[in-house]
Design a protein around this ligand. Structure first.
Ligand SMILES: NC(=O)c1ccc[n+]([C@@H]2O[C@H](COP(=O)([O-])OP(=O)(O)OC[C@H]3O[C@@H](n4cnc5c(N)ncnc54)[C@H](OP(=O)(O)O)[C@@H]3O)[C@@H](O)[C@H]2O)c1
Length: 267
């Protein structure tokens, strides 16, 4: 059955490859990007391979929570229902690590914006829909001061903490009544995307490894009862995430810290 699927960060890497695969399967894909000309270019090239109305493009810089809200509004204006949200957009090494609000860009783009977007789009997704959150094998204990913009971290620490934090909130939201199926997925390590080439100086592995597992997590029956779980594509199975993601107190403290940032940034 044809599904409507929003992919954040669909202008490059795993997100773009996932979009191509889902379009080839006949689904309607809502492409999100942060750069107008890059988004237009991707929309044009993928449009040539798809049917009328199969693609829509949405622009938003996810380092700015006001733009996350505007993105959710724009989608809700055109759609009553969203079958799948894929929170794929992510950053590792950046030239400017701090947002104008004083927050670390990695926490905002990789953790807090997807949390806000998921909450804002939940009425459209409903309990029958799915949310796929891009986690990583890199997960490190979250420094809540850093998440709140009160302490600075190295690139790797910020990235790994942001990825544990998205895994933590995936589990917390999945446990709520009426929540969609929410799955955290490590797509595979060192896949050859822009992030990996620039961040680690290596060509990396086939991006398709990541895109294929994201498509399965989004649509396959094997993942339909996997809400609140972590799939580790480095080993090809569901697995235990960092122990902090299974610690109810730590998860609750992290979610409260995320909500405090959201409240501060969106009032
Ligand atoms: N590659 C790997 O081995 C690997 C391993 C584990 C997890 N992951 C995760 O997989 C996801 C995709 O990463 P990737 O490797 O495909 O990296 P990528 O090629 O750099 O793609 C990242 C995507 O996120 C978008 N993005 C970045 N900052 C943004 C912002 N402020 N607002 C909106 N969109 C923004 C990028 O937009 P532009 O096109 O404009 O740059 C791009 O579309 C990330 O969450 C990453 O952490 C990747």
């Amino acid at each position: 059955m044809k599904k409507t699927i929003l992919i954040t960060g669909a202008t490059d890497g795993i997100g773009l490859e996932t979009a191509k695969m889902l379009l080839a399967q006949g689904h309607q894909v809502l492409l999100h990007g942060r750069n107008r000309s890059k988004l237009d270019e991707v929309q044009k090239s993928l449009g040539a391979l798809s049917n009328d109305g199969q693609i829509e493009g949405y622009l938003a810089d996810l380092s700015n929570l006001a733009e996350v809200d505007a993105l959710a509004d724009a989608i809700a204006e055109k759609h009553d229902k969203l079958d799948v949200l894929i929170n794929n957009a992510g950053v590792f090494k950046v030239s400017e690590t701090t947002t104008p609000d004083g927050l670390d860009v990695r926490f905002v783009v990789n953790t807090i914006s997807p949390y806000r977007l998921t909450q804002r789009l939940s009425p459209l997704i409903g309990s029958k829909g799915r949310v796929v959150n891009l986690s990583s094998a890199a997960q490190a204990p979250v420094n809540l001061d850093a998440l709140a913009g009160k302490a600075r971290l190295s690139d790797m620490d910020a990235y790994a903490q942001s990825k544990l934090a998205i895994t933590m909130w995936s589990f917390a939201l999945a446990a709520k009544e009426g929540a969609p199926t929410i799955i955290a997925v490590n797509p595979g390590s060192l896949l050859g995307t822009k992030m990996v080439k620039q961040g680690f100086g290596t060509e990396g592995k086939d991006i398709g490894i990541g895109a294929r597992i994201v498509c399965l997590a989004a649509l396959d029956d094997d993942f339909s009862s996997a809400s609140g779980q972590y799939f580790d594509n480095d080993i090809g199975q569901f697995s235990a995430p960092h122990p902090d993601a299974l610690d109810a107190k730590k998860v609750s403290a992290t979610v409260s810290a995320i909500e405090a940032v959201v409240a501060r940034s969106t009032h």
